[in-house]
Write a protein that binds this ligand. Structure first.
Ligand code: C5P
Length: 246
């Protein structure tokens, strides 16, 4: 699995990452079965991983054998701890794993060194932070574009194969770093799928993210909270096909 095989697949489902942000195995497996064939990756984040443990990844592979697995633990700790955690995660055979780029180059190099075949993604600036929440941090953080670019540079220099970034920063990062890195955009809001009391602030649409150069789109609540998640996923796939002229 690499950025080129994703871009060349010609199948819109390959571009869609579905976060299994649910509290238990039963709901995760039922969504995985409902969306098998419609999404390229199933993402297991902190809530589900803490509740159900690593064994869940094998079950998901059984439920949706054609989906990639994205283990989104957003590791951020001292290099030794992150390296050991990544070594343990290697047994789970995830395709994509995440670390916080704010953890620094040494931590990211430890992660990359221990990740085996998984692509390590450096999380740049969370899509839930807006410029005013960032302004409380340092000067660099006042401008998410600059801050994301500087974290991205550190992540890529440390060997990460891709970045998690807002669609708003994607064009700038693509211009700066070229076609190599896999760019993953969370905070995607289809015009028909707005989320009540949304915590995501730096958001974009399927079309804006793909035209900015994103490879993968993480779309959770607009699919999960729709009356039919499968129909919502089909609608997203239509927008992906349209944006990519597939
Ligand atoms: O589309 P929705 O907002 O429901 O997606 C939420 C998902 O996006 C969560 O799984 C969260 O971990 C993920 N996310 C991410 N990186 C960010 C922000 C959110 O992977 N910067």
């Amino acid at each position: 699995m690499n950025a080129r095989s994703i871009r060349d697949s010609g199948n819109p489902a390959t571009r869609l990452v579905f976060p299994l942000d649910v509290p238990d195995r039963a709901r995760a497996l039922s969504l995985a079965k409902a969306l098998a064939g419609k999404v390229g990756f199933l993402k297991v984040g902190l809530e589900l991983f803490v509740a159900e443990g690593p064994g869940l990844l094998g079950d998901l592979r059984g439920a949706a054998p054609d989906c990639g697995l994205f283990l989104d633990l957003k590791l951020h700790d001292i290099p030794a701890t992150v390296g050991k955690a990544m070594e343990a995660a290697r047994n789970l055979s995830a395709d994509l794993v995440t670390v916080h780029a704010q953890g620094g180059p040494e931590m990211m190099r430890a992660a990359v060194g221990a990740a085996g075949g998984a692509v390590v993604l450096g999380v740049t600036v969370l899509t839930s932070l807006d410029p005013s929440s960032l302004a409380e941090l340092t000067d660099e953080c006042r401008r998410p574009g600059l801050y994301a670019a500087s974290l991205a540079q550190r992540a890529l220099d440390s060997g990460c194969g891709g970045l998690v970034c807002s669609s708003l920063e994607t064009a700038g990062l693509r211009d700066r770093f070229g076609p190599g890195p896999l760019l993953v955009n969370p905070g995607i809001r289809p015009s028909w799928g707005q989320v009540r009391d949304d915590d995501q602030k730096r958001v974009g649409t399927v079309g804006s993210a793909l035209s900015a150069g994103a490879d993968l789109l993480v779309i959770g609540r607009p699919i999960r909270e729709a009356p039919s998640p499968a129909e919502a996923a089909d609608r997203v796939l239509g927008e992906i096909s349209q944006a990519l002229r597939l």
